[in-house]
Design a protein around this ligand. Structure first.
Ligand SMILES: Cc1ncc(COP(=O)(O)O)c(C=O)c1O
Length: 399
């Protein structure tokens, strides 16, 4: 049955819980960095479904892998072994330096797992440390634990009381030095704050975090859900700025479109966790692991990581040129293929203007245009996407 966009939107308006404010566009197909709507209009995707479809749309290798897996075996639960979970855990361990992985299905679940593992660690050691230090402008997800460490009052207020004992600080060496004490169970941070407006943490701050955790024994959770898995041209941005996390949360690009999340855990923390402490029905099933293994093969073996590094530099250079022509752009921020343009006004109007010109971007932190293009994007595709974005910016600036 083919449905036209109006039918689709009417049906949703009637039956889908209205928690999202969608743009009035219905995508039905994609190929590489291109998306197509119900009218067959083409768009360049500079957002990747918020940092997810790293291999672009309808990637041949990924399609082959998940088709073959569907024809073989999709799911058996965590009551049994299957051949892929250990392989994926080993790949992630060699990329991150963290010994073990726990698999789940989304970013927020990865954060929940990290928070539980922190609690379990201190419980096993017989200490009642429960205080968590988080950062202002942080976003870690929408379930109760991850919402509890997210700073935005607007997201939090309707759901209080949340977990207690969370404190938010500015991302400065002095603030972290003062905040972390022997009562601190963990520090949680995004190496590049995503929803907060594409704000990379500095190496000086990272050094102060390491030092504070070392001094007090507090654990460090790096939320690499948006900044990790090659998005910045590094496997994980933590390593680029020198952070030494004990736990890492992954999601988004890891399954390249198939929902996969993971918590990576140091040997020392993992040694305090025993059978029955945590679990999930779907986590790390064959389909999810197959997709993630295919993604990692492309990223590491297929040379995609160095491609992201090169495209990231090209993107930054082009964005700086655009900024020099548009005074409403106050700052260009980010790393690799994770970039933000801070405007001197609300960036909401850029999104529909982009769609009119055939490019998909998004707005975050009110005044930031966010770009998270697929890793496979070429220089020519980036240039075309940015030319369309520049037309949208011109419309919005009223020139
Ligand atoms: C840094 C960060 N943490 C956590 C999340 C939550 O992930 P999910 O939406 O998959 O639950 C997101 C999603 O935007 C994120 O960017």
């Amino acid at each position: 049955m083919t449905m036209v966009a109006d039918d689709i939107q009417t049906l949703e308006a009637r039956h889908v819980l209205q928690t999202y404010r969608r743009q009035p566009v219905t995508f039905v197909r994609g190929k590489g960095v291109y998306l197509y709507d119900t009218q067959g209009r083409e768009y360049i995707d500079l957002l990747s479904g918020i940092g997810v479809t790293a291999l672009g749309h309808a990637h041949e290798g990924l399609t082959r892998a998940i088709t073959e897996q569907a024809q073989t075996l999709l799911h058996t639960s965590n009551l049994f072994y299957h051949p892929l979970q250990g392989q994926l855990a080993a790949r992630l361990s060699s990329l991150s330096g963290l010994e073990r992985a726990f698999f789940c299905n989304s970013g927020t679940e990865a954060i929940e797992a990290c928070l539980k593992f922190v609690r379990r660690y201190w419980h096993t050691l017989g200490e009642t440390r429960t205080e968590i230090i988080a950062l202002e402008e942080s976003f870690h997800g929408r379930t109760i634990g991850s919402l509890s460490v997210t700073s935005d009052e607007h997201y939090r207020a309707p759901f209080e009381p949340l977990l207690g004992g969370v404190r938010w600080i500015e991302a400065t060496p002095a603030a972290i030095r003062d905040a972390v004490t022997k009562n601190t169970a963990a520090v949680i941070l995004e190496p590049i704050q995503g929803e907060g407006g594409i704000r990379p943490l500095t190496p000086a701050f990272a050094a102060a975090v390491n030092e504070a955790c070392e001094r007090t024994g507090a654990l460090l959770i790096a939320d690499e859900i948006q900044s990790g898995c090659g998005r910045t041209g590094y496997p994980f941005y933590s390593a680029a700025i020198g952070l030494e996390p004990d736990l890492m949360a992954l999601g988004k690009a890891l399954g390249a479109g198939v929902p996969v999340g993971a918590a990576l855990i140091s040997g020392e923390v993992a040694a305090r966790i025993v059978a029955g402490d945590h679990g999930t029905t779907y986590g790390g099933n064959l389909l999810a692991c197959r997709a993630a293994l295919c993604f990692i093969d492309e990223l590491v073996g297929g040379g995609l990581l160095s491609h992201v590094g090169r495209m990231g530099q090209h993107l930054e250079q082009r964005l700086r040129e655009i900024a020099s022509r548009h005074p409403m752009i106050r700052e260009v921020r980010g790393a690799g293929l994770m970039r933000g343009l801070e405007l001197d006004r609300d960036a909401a109007a850029v999104v529909p203007a982009g769609l009119r010109h055939g490019v998909v971007v998004n707005r975050t932190a009110e005044n930031v245009v966010r770009l998270l293009p697929p890793y496979v994007i070429t220089e020519a595709e980036l240039d075309e996407g940015l030319a369309r974005l520049e037309r949208a910016l011109t419309d919005v600036s009223g020139k």
